[in-house]
Design a protein around this ligand. Structure first.
Ligand code: GAR
Length: 201
């Protein structure tokens, strides 16, 4: 059984979907801890599912390195097989990424490498594209630049605003995330192999 820790910053709707999926007896992974960089609303989903949670408040640390060191210490308490960033809106320090890579994945509300960063939905709208998407990637030391594990296109509708578009992307993200976690757990998806440089490039 693959053990998973999930890190969030916000409402945690994708976390809730993963918790629901992992609650099914035949799902091959289970969530053992949820962490956040603030008192995030989404922590209540962990509580509802009886999953332990921890908060490492960003503003209490003088630097990203020190915040990341405490986050790393918390993760080591649980020692999960996989770390899932599900709406964690902070870049992790390289020391933490290097410790967990490639067993650390992230969901992103755009079709990477298009529109990386904190405003993937807003940036797609501003660019006037007809299609954006959702992606699940391995975290590396760049901004949403790691190997892509799954992605799918989502159309932009003429009257979309950031909220309506994001709400249409999120169900796709959830489906991709749950499927990626399932495939990692069954061994169908090998994160080490997926993180190898492409020999064609
Ligand atoms: C998700 O769309 C996730 O991809 C995004 O935050 C949202 C969290 O939603 N993350 C990023 O943009 C990271 N660059 P949720 O809190 O409702 O699950």
């Amino acid at each position: 059984m693959l053990t998973v820790a999930v890190l969030i910053s916000g409402t945690g709707s994708n976390l809730r979907a993963l918790l629901e999926a992992a609650d099914a007896p035949d799902f091959p992974a289970r969530i053992i801890a949820v962490g956040a960089d603030r008192q995030a609303d989404g922590l209540e989903h962990a509580e509802n599912f009886g999953i332990p949670s921890f908060t490492v408040p960003w503003e209490r640390f003088p630097s990203r390195e020190e915040w990341g060191a405490e986050l790393g210490a918390q993760l080591r308490v649980w020692n999960p097989d996989l770390v899932v960033l599900s709406g964690l809106m902070r870049l992790l320090p390289a020391s933490l990424v290097d410790e967990w890579a490639p067993r650390i994945i992230n969901t992103h509300p755009a079709y990477l490498p298009e529109f990386p960063g904190a405003h993937g939905v807003r940036d797609a709208l501003a660019a006037g594209v007809a299609r954006t998407g959702a992606s699940v990637i391995v975290v590396d030391n760049g901004v949403d630049s790691g190997p892509i594990l799954a992605q799918e296109r989502v159309p932009v509708l003429p009257d979309d605003d950031e909220h309506t578009l994001h709400e249409r992307i999120k169900p796709v993200e959830r489906r991709l995330l749950i499927d990626v976690v399932r495939r990692i757990a069954t061994g169908e998806l090998d994160l080490a192999a997926a993180s190898q440089p492409d020999p064609q490039e």
